[in-house]
Design a protein around this ligand. Structure first.
Ligand SMILES: Nc1ncnc2c1ncn2[C@@H]1O[C@H](COP(=O)(O)OP(=O)(O)OP(=O)(O)O)[C@@H](O)[C@H]1O
Length: 663
């Protein structure tokens, strides 16, 4: 050990290199299962089955397997068997002496789905599923039938109990069988697979891929009489999602006599999409979307594509009919209340997060939208009566929405008129609070630019003059006595302290817009403190926002971009402006007041282009967030107490704090 290392180890005797652990093999999975399966609760437990079943499904979707058996036995062991190619059993070139199968079950990030060569549109991506299930099972047994030979290997808690061994000859059989029993050390002694959940999982997979037959079986001792789960069933749906939709809708009446359902290939070999959509009379809709048979409960780009296709389709059909009222239909009118099943198969999908709950692949939107739009146009013109019924229904919904909005506006008009407002407020013209915003800006010159850059009907500007910076070093008491802040409270109209009432808030969004520098961050943090103290409900109910003005303008090679901070500027230089030949002009804005109104509008104020950050605080009422509530209080006290140096440190360190807040 060099002197340097000895010294630093001695200085930090209570915390040194020996405290830093490096977890090997599958240990991280057992130590932090949440990172891999989202927790250790019931949902996570059932996710284990999905991981193994998805591997069999990937074989089926790739065209190599036609049948999958899933069995739940009395002792809680799940067995998944497919008739696919079988996991490779030969020696892995990078791990001499180990079979590929053993590598797959004992090494994270090993798999055949990274390159897209052996699987085109797979649900598996990360190469971790099998190893994770293995690590979290007290017993896992794999059998592979390949080349007329059976191979088997058993593991416990991720550790092989012996090597992969030949287990005899087999005729007319191939594929993979994985049996596993989850580890009670991880999931607790009472964790059990629920037959209902597993049966539902099998059903939905069978609906999603019509080329597969899934044979479900379960020990009868585990099935409760009223669950409706059969002990055995062959699940095969030749009409795919349409069977699923009909099975769910049963005898509910729908606006169009038949659902809008179909499937289409994407251009080239980009994949394909399948959908089944109906509009039930009772308006009780749902939306289930999938990518490569993986459920995406948070939707994503494929769902956005579908929204676009349906909305544009219905509107242009309305236009063709000369029905002017159809122009008022929005995507929400089309989608809410509809029963929607959408499944895409694409290459190299990108999901948000480990649990793959939202699809973020950008190309999925365009592909889905254009494939479905075409078919929807045909469907509408091919069944004019159904199309007319649907348009009428959606117009009704749109008009109902407009009526409700008008009523809400009427209700707001009266109280707002009576208010006395501070003189320097440039108010917006809309009488109701709905979709309006007030920008709190620092100083008259920024106020002037903001007034020129705003939309008069919905955006109000309140410049806070001079004094606010002096107040910065004062206590919260002084903040309260400050005229500028009194004006602010008056402009908002919702009262402070105990008088606070969110119903009286005159704007939907309160936006703090200060310069993108340390002073600006300082003022923003003071204002946030003021709101946190005096109008906590404003923050809790999500009305307080920070604007994100840029600090730099970059122009060159016909491109203009704005950067929020130095890091963002450097990133743009390395990406957007990387190949620009001549000089890239970089100008730094001294403050919002210096920015031409058109640029202020484009970068910071225009609702269609800007980014706003919503200010969030932990919820006092939620017992789980109690610690966070206390921490926030303590932080505010220490920052707003009489220790300006502490505050300055916090602000400098957190000048980028906005990025950490919820958008
Ligand atoms: N039933 C099976 N049939 C054939 N090959 C399989 C089967 N199960 C697993 N494999 C192979 O093992 C590899 C690793 O599987 P694993 O479940 O660990 O990850 P993955 O499916 O690639 O990705 P993810 O972690 O996202 O599920 C797969 O990529 C595939 O090559």
């Amino acid at each position: 050990m060099s002197d340097l290392f000895q010294n630093s180890a001695a200085k930090q005797d209570s915390y040194s290199a020996q405290d830093i652990e490096v977890l090997e093999g599958l240990e991280p999975v057992r130590r932090r299962p949440g990172m891999y399966i989202g927790g250790t609760d019931d949902r996570a437990l059932h996710h284990l089955v999905a991981e193994i079943l998805d591997n069999a499904m990937d074989e089926a979707v790739a065209g190599h397997a036609s049948r999958i058996d899933l069995d739940l036995s009395a002792d809680g062991t799940v067995t998944v068997r497919d008739n696919g190619r079988g996991i490779p059993t030969d020696e892995h070139p990078k791990y001499p002496g180990k079979s590929a199968l053993e590598v797959i079950f004992t090494t994270l990030h090993s798999g055949g789905k990274f390159s897209g060569k052996v699987y085109a549109t797979s649900g598996g991506l990360h190469g971790v599923g099998s190893a994770v299930v293995n690590a979290l099972s007290d017993r896992l047994h794999v059998e592979v039938a390949r080349d007329r030979q059976l191979f088997a290997q058993t593991f416990s808690r991720g550790v092989p109990l012996g090597p992969l061994t030949p287990a005899g000859a087999v005729q007319n059989r191939r594929g993979t069988t994985v049996s596993f029993h989850p580890d009670a050390e991880i999931f607790g002694p009472d964790a059990h697979f629920k037959p209902e959940r597993l049966y539902r999982l099998c059903r939905s997979k069978a609906y999603l891929y019509r080329g597969v037959e899934i044979r479900w079986s379960c020990d009868t001792a585990l099935i409760s009489a009223d669950s409706g789960v059969p002990a055995a069933e062959v699940l095969h749906f030749p009409n795919g999602l349409l069977d699923y939709l009909n099975g769910t809708l049963k005898s509910r009446a729908t606006v169009t006599p038949l659902p809008f359902a179909g499937q289409a290939d994407f251009p080239g070999d980009a994949g394909r999409v399948e959908w089944a959509i109906a509009w039930p009379e009772d308006d009780e809709g749902f939306s289930h979307t999938y990518c490569n048979t993986i459920p995406t409960p948070l939707g994503g780009t494929h769902e956005v594509g579908l929204r676009g296709a349906l909305t544009r389709g219905i509107k242009s059909y309305g236009e063709m009919l000369g029905n002017k009222r159809a122009a008022n239909i929005t995507a929400d009118d089309v989608m809410e209340g509809a029963t929607i099943l959408l499944s895409v198969f694409i290459r190299d999908p990108h999901f948000q997060g480990q649990t793959k709950e939202r699809l973020v692949s950008a190309d999925a939107q365009k592909l889905t939208e254009s494939a479905i739009k075409d078919r929807f146009d045909h469907w509408l013109s091919g069944s004019p009566d159904a199309a007319k019924g649907l348009i009428e229904r959606l117009i009704e919904k749109a008009e109902e929405r407009a009526r409700k909005k008008a009523q809400k506006e009427m209700a707001r008009k009266t109280p707002t008129r009576r208010l006395r407002l501070p003189g320097k407020l440039a108010d917006c013209s809309r009488q109701s609070a709905e979709d309006t915003e007030i920008f709190i800006v620092e100083g008259d010159s920024a106020g002037g630019s903001a007034k020129q850059a705003r939309r008069r009907d919905t955006q109000a500007i309140l410049p806070l003059r001079g004094k606010i910076l002096n107040v910065a070093s004062a206590s919260v008491d002084k903040l309260r006595g400050n005229q500028e802040l009194a004006d602010l409270a008056q402009a908002l109209g919702c009262g402070t302290g105990k008088e606070f009432s969110v119903d009286k808030l005159r704007y939907e969004r309160v936006i703090i817009m200060t310069d993108a520098d340390v002073d600006g961050a300082h003022i923003a943090s003071l204002l946030m403190t003021f709101f946190y103290r005096e109008m906590p409900g404003l923050i809790q109910q999500g009305h307080l926002y920070l604007a994100l003005p840029p600090l730099y303008r970059l122009a060159g090679g016909g491109n203009t971009r704005y950067a929020r901070d130095d890091a963002h500027k450097d990133e743009l230089m390395k990406t957007v402006f990387k190949s620009v030949k001549g000089k890239v002009e970089i100008s730094r804005f001294k403050g919002l007041g210096e920015m031409p109104p058109a640029q202020l509008k484009e970068t910071t104020m225009d609702p269609s282009k800007r980014t706003l950050l919503r200010v969030v605080v932990p919820d006092q009422r939620d017992p789980d967030q109690k610690d966070d509530v206390e921490e926030t209080k303590a932080l505010v006290e220490s920052l707003m107490g009489r220790k300006p140096e502490l505050r300055f440190k916090f602000i400098t360190e957190n000048a980028k704090f906005a990025q950490d807040l919820d958008v």
